[in-house]
Design a protein around this ligand. Sequence first.
Ligand SMILES: *[C@@H]1O[C@H](CO)[C@@H](O)[C@H](O)[C@H]1NC(C)=O
Length: 404
Amino acid sequence: MQMETNFLIPFFTIFIQLMATHVKPQIIESQLNFPTCPATDPALNYRPVIGIVSHPGDGASGRLNNDSDVSYIAASYVKFAEMAGARVIPIIYTEPPEIINQKLNLVNGIIFTGGWSKKGLYFEVVKGIFEKVLEKNDAGEHFPLLAICLGFELLTMIISKDNNILEEFSASHQASTVQFVENIKFDGTVFGSFIMCEGAYGNSNFDNRQLAMNCFLQVSTCAAKEDEYTLSCDAKSSCAFHMIGFSFPFVALPFLYIIFGQYKIYHLFSLLEFGISPEKLQANNDLCGFFRVLTTSVDKKNKVYVSSVQAQHYPVTALQWHPEKNVFEWGSSQIPHTEDAIQVTQHVANYFVSEARKSSNNKPATSKVLDNLIYNYSPSYAGKVRGSFEEVYLFTPRPTLSSL
Ligand SMILES: *[C@@H]1O[C@H](CO)[C@@H](O)[C@H](O)[C@H]1NC(C)=O
């Protein structure tokens, strides 16, 4: 038996080789019928790195670390950037300015996080980084900034050069909705992937619900045509997504603009205590010249605040709400975790990182990037000690890393 089997092996080998040569052309033929992957765009940087600025404190009211100059980044912001295909370098605000500047040259975009600190070193560092963001863009490098909650407030103060411009609102721990400003082009903004119906905006006849629905249906068909293979599924769900939430009526705001629609299923989680009303923003020449208002929202006392803005001439987006919490934070029962809330997070993360891919800064030394990536640090489980976040990265004033 043993000998017979050995004797057969060469025949099997020849048979398999024959099969292989025979089968090969068929494989190639069927591959040809498959859609090919789109070519990579040489203008884009597919290895984007996002800098996230740390905030004073430990993010857990001293339960993790009481040092007066400890700072933290909630891991939800890190994961938010990671989920859209970026890596993160923490910009530790207590580090010397030279180090911060060198880190800015390693990244392709910046996130200013939520928090409470509005003065002192933290304010100055955020202001300095914001100025650098504008400088880089002015010099021709696409360098996006996403400012969330406190970040929005700080930008409002910095741009208006008025540290008392913010007003008090009661939107703390409120899951809310956004109302879109009429006559705004949402293309290229953070809402571009949510709202695909350009025709609807700026159309004065756009005044009935049916039209809105038809329009969104049309758009989802277009989207499906454009890229059948990746979007057919997506288009269906986003169609439902758009239609369910659409409601009227119009609300007129004095001399500003008309809010024309509201997406009820837009889950945004706001920790807002300070903000700015549309009237106040419009009355400030600096703010008005820098930003255009994309959405407003209503606080618990029915007071309207500006909830999303986009810079007119820079890739700078500021949100008074927390896109990152829907997916990653569990500390408050108010944080929505429904599927469409999760999609909101995913849309915003994808938008921001796609902006970062346009950054031409793709030449930093690999070793410097690796030395500074967030992977050099370990997060602490703050949720268990009733911190504001599930996980936080803590930074001591003199980090042992940063071999810049
Ligand atoms: C910080 O200080 C508070 C109040 O003194 C104390 O309860 C807490 O245990 C301290 N936290 C740490 C991490 O030492």
